[in-house]
Design a binder for this molecule. Structure first.
Ligand code: PSV
Ligand code: MN
Length: 403
């Protein structure tokens, strides 16, 4: 496999460019979610798999294994209270001992009985206060674990016309975000996620990137938009959304996953790898443009998936690989040729340049990158041939889940 990596010398313009591509791939950090290692399911059933972590410490152990096998996943996002521990200093120390850092802290504003009608947009003040208090608790956790991202998904909305007042709820939302924003630790960012439906079915208070963007403008520079690939209506051109947010300096992060119908949380790149490639193309292009480089270089690449029927660690390994493949293909696009074709209005050539890059088999290149990183050329095969799964089976079926 490694030998054929040299063949990329003819695909890319120069050996220097090949080195540059390899170094970009080595520094592409992908954060994995603690909940991706835990039990999950649909709204009909949470399936309990054997070997699943029984506590947040074991979730870190699984994330550390993924990092050992890939070399690019040193961060793990936590979700509170799913990852509640009595001593967060101790959790941080354990992460460090495993070679990890705690990444984004995610408050949970959707699972408490009080949140049936919403959290920060709830019609009752005491519930709104409770939601703000929980976010502030998460800000404190950020300080303790040294996290620099507060990742917010506000699941609020209504199910019926007339159920509540849209504008009143919008004001509640902004007021709550302002209070939390004011308490962010030095150097930290607030990433605001949007979702066009679910759990609410009539309207959601943060349905789209425009609403998230308008909140960020009100809040300030430390607030940016988080794009979750599963949170758009069918047919949305996510690459275009990404380009717009990059151009506005307001793209903060990603929740990578894939969907066929709704917020399916399937492995990223498993349903529509071309869409993923086109999104990556916007990101790598923005890194090379002085107007957008600062924003592009800070984008947090996070996976947000739940593996209900597939094994969890293999699913995360596949996901990391799919992201790397999409980025590698995006990096292979000859930008100057593309620009020339665009300037000449040569639609056929422009489209073909992209498609050719997408069709390139980048697996040998990635094998070489991994060898240089000192990790297995095929992380999934290495995992499957190791005794790691067997060791984990000793945990039994009592693993943690969505509670
Ligand atoms: C909601 O669908 C979401 O995408 C949010 O990011 C949550 O925090 C995450 O999934 C886990 O439920
Ligand atoms: Mn998400």
């Amino acid at each position: 496999m490694i030998d054929s990596a040299c063949n990329f010398a003819h695909t890319v313009a120069s050996t220097d460019r090949l080195q540059e591509i390899k170094s970009k791939l080595k520094s592409l950090i992908i954060e994995t979610p603690s909940w991706g290692y835990a039990n999950s399911g649909t709204r009909f059933k949470v399936f309990r798999q054997p070997g699943v972590p029984r506590n947040p410490y074991e979730k870190l152990e699984d994330a550390a294994l993924v990092h050992r096998l890939t070399g690019v996943c040193p961060k793990v996002a936590i979700h509170i209270p799913w990852d509640h521990v009595d001593d967060y200093r101790d959790l941080k120390a354990y992460a460090e001992q495993l070679g990890l850092q705690i990444g984004a802290v995610n408050p949970n504003l959707f699972q408490d009985d009080d949140y049936a009608l919403g959290s920060v947009c709830h019609p009752r003040k005491e519930v709104r206060e409770k939601a703000v208090a929980h976010m502030l608790e998460c800000v404190e956790i950020m300080r303790t674990v040294n996290s620099d991202v507060l990742s917010l998904w506000i699941a609020d909305g209504t199910n019926y016309p007339g159920q509540d007042d849209f504008r009143k709820r919008k004001h509640y939302l902004v007021e709550a975000l302002e209070r939390v924003y004011a308490e962010l630790p030095e150097g930290a960012r607030m990433l605001i996620e949007y979702k066009f439906f679910e759990p609410a079915f009539y309207h959601t208070d943060l349905p789209d990137w425009g609403t998230a963007y308008s909140c960020c403008l009100k809040l300030g520079d430390k607030a940016q938009v988080l794009v979750d690939l599963g949170h758009h209506p069918q047919g949305t051109n996510i690459a275009h959304v990404v380009a717009t947010l990059l151009d506005e300096g307001k793209l903060g992060g990603f929740h990578f996953n894939n969907r066929k119908y709704a917020d399916d949380d399937l492995m990223v790149g498993s349903i529509d790898p071309y869409e993923l490639f086109l999104i990556c193309l916007e990101l790598v292009g923005a890194e090379d443009d002085p107007d957008t480089a600062a924003c592009a270089s800070r984008v947090a690449y996070m996976i947000d998936q739940s593996h209900n029927i597939e094994s969890k660690i293999p699913a995360i390994l596949r996901s990391v690989e799919n992201i790397q493949v999409a980025f590698a293909k995006a990096l292979l696009v000859p930008r100057q040729e593309l620009e020339d074709a665009q300037a000449e209005g040569d639609v056929i050539r422009a489209e073909r340049i992209l498609y050719d890059a997408f069709q390139t088999d980048v697996r040998p290149l990635l094998a070489q990158v991994r060898e240089e990183l000192g990790v297995p050329q095929d992380p999934l095969a290495a995992y499957l041939h190791s005794d790691e799964e067997k060791k984990r089976l000793q945990r039994g079926t009592g693993g943690q889940g969505w509670t």
